[in-house]
Design a protein around this ligand. Structure first.
Ligand code: ZN
Length: 423
């Protein structure tokens, strides 16, 4: 099939790949995870790969949550372009609190759709099914050149909905529990099989941060997970793929050092106290159906205020609270973090690194939290790895690299930059 030399999407030009490009998003991979695992000698392939390739750091999107960042990575653009600014939002049209995993909120095409429509073969494997709908949006599975499924319900994949069936037989592993490291291993095992049998032009493998929420960098639980990934990454590169690795966000301890209890500012209580019960509405965009490992406690909140509120005055009050890193108006937050104004409240509040934001204690089920709270969402979890199996030939010293530059950099022979990277 003939194909164009390049694809233009969301303000960038992507050359047609000459070898399979495999982008891996390791959910919640604070840079220290790989650094410590390499130091411990459990990632021998990655150590060698980085010595000959590129070992960079980049900023993720704030809110440093899974959905906004995964969508930025696969569109090459910030949330102001693709529309997804949380896992959970207040729908501006209905006033209802809703999950943001419905493609109706997506306002940009993905790199997969653009390349697929031009004749490429694409494969996307993600951990939780909640992301699959967004990542696979617009793919025509009838073409036989598009695959998109989650390891969570891999056994239910069909040709019509996923472009593939018989996944469990192909991978040779049972469907893992949604709360397990195996959920992520299944993705890599599938990636290796897909590269071997289908050789897609573009492949995206996106894990879950189950391990990172529980285990600190350098711990045994973390190192064994990273050792597992190292083995699969070696196979992908062995088969001729260009491998690029980043994270959707980092991960920080957010608990007291003494009693290990979560360290939380319960914002709905604070606002109820200031303005009367329920007058302001605190939304935590980290909220999703899988709250066992974080209890919906993250480092970022948005607040809807009653009409006529003095935003500046209230921001000053919020900033005076202990352990608040920043409080911004809608306009300032959306400009700073490149977010869609219509899906963000009147205020955006970010807590400091060791502190999480909640609504009210009764609204957070922490019974599933077996280890001291580790979570993300704020500016303190913005730095992520940006790793390539081949060297970056152009200096990136003066550039603010983003995790969503990853496809662009991986496909431009790692030599080019464009306006977005440069700006
Ligand atoms: Zn995540």
């Amino acid at each position: 099939m003939t194909h164009p030399n390049s694809i233009s999407l969301n303000g960038r030009d992507y050359p047609w790949p000459t070898a399979p490009v495999v982008v891996v998003c390791v959910d919640g991979s604070e840079p220290a995870y790989i650094e410590e695992a390499i130091k411990a000698g459990v990632m021998p392939f990655t150590a060698k790969m980085l010595a000959g390739g590129a070992d960079l750091r980049a900023d993720c999107v704030v809110p440093s949550f899974t959905n906004p960042n995964n969508l930025s990575i696969v569109t090459g653009a910030p949330p102001s372009v693709h529309g997804i600014c949380g896992n959970f939002i207040l729908d501006p049209d209905t006033g209802e609190e809703v999950m943001m995993n419905n493609p109706k909120y997506l306002t940009a095409d993905t790199i997969f759709k653009a390349f697929h429509d031009a004749g490429a073969t694409v494969a996307v494997v993600t951990a939780k099914d909640k992301l699959r709908n967004l990542l696979g949006h617009g793919l025509d599975f009838a073409s036989g050149r598009a695959i998109c499924f989650s390891s969570e319900i891999a056994d239910q994949a069909t040709m019509e909905s996923n472009g593939i069936d018989g996944v469990v037989e192909l991978v040779g592993k049972p469907v893992p529990s949604v709360y397990s490291a195996d959920l992520s291993e299944f993705i890599f095992a599938a990636g290796v099989k897909l590269l071997n049998t289908r050789r897609p032009d573009l492949m995206y493998l996106s894990t879950t941060d189950y391990v990172q929420h529980k285990h600190a960098p350098g711990s045994e639980g973390a190192n064994s997970f990273y050792a597992m990934m190292d083995g699969y990454w070696a196979q992908l590169v062995d088969m001729g793929a260009t491998l690029a690795i980043t994270a959707d966000h980092g991960m920080s301890a957010k608990h007291n050092t003494g009693d290990k209890q979560p360290k939380v500012i319960y914002l709905q209580e604070v606002f109820d106290d200031w303005m009367g019960e329920g007058a302001a509405r605190v939304i935590l965009p980290i909220t999703d159906p899988y709250v066992v490992h974080h209890g919906a406690l993250g480092g970022y909140a948005t607040v809807y205020l009653p009409d006529g509120s003095n935003v500046e005055e209230i921001c000053a009050q919020v900033m005076a609270l202990p352990n608040v890193e920043t409080c911004l108006s809608n306009a300032d937050a959306c400009a700073k973090f490149e977010l869609p104004n219509d899906k963000v409240g009147d205020l955006v509040i970010v807590s400091v690194k060791d502190t999480a934001l909640g609504t009210a204690p009764a609204r957070h089920d922490l019974t599933g939290l077996k280890e001291p709270l580790r979570s993300h969402g704020g500016i303190s979890e913005q730095t992520v790895p940006l790793l390539f199996s081949r060297p970056v030939t152009k200096s990136t010293a003066d550039l603010r690299l983003r995790n969503f530059d990853i496809f662009y950099m991986a496909m431009n022979d790692l030599a080019g930059t464009n306006e977005r990277i440069a700006s």
